[in-house]
Design a protein around this ligand. Sequence first.
Ligand code: FES
Length: 116
Amino acid sequence: MTLAPETTALKLQLLLEEDWFTVCDLSLLTPGRGVAALLPDGRQVALFADRAGRTYAIDNRDPFSGAAVLSRGLTGTHQGRPFVASPLLKQRFDLETGRCLDDETVSVAVYEVRTS
Ligand code: FES
């Protein structure tokens, strides 16, 4: 059976190893607010969407505190690049590269993300 396109919600997918993994409906993301999701291997990913409709996926674990909290951080832009600030110690992470803006020796994993 084929569903008509208008009844098919867009899904958010992450590239894991070599396969696209469907995480959730894109409609669950609110611009500027993160959502955490559990991956098959037990890791957590923090998902974000911006007002332009771009989506980002980074590891949810804050490397400074070890807590899985980045999805709950505040988002913003720095020099035109989107970031999330850890809700604990406030370090900022670039949503496209995972690099910490406040300590260049630290980064979090980023996932390739698409909607389908
Ligand atoms: S956000 Fe203020 S100096 Fe970078």
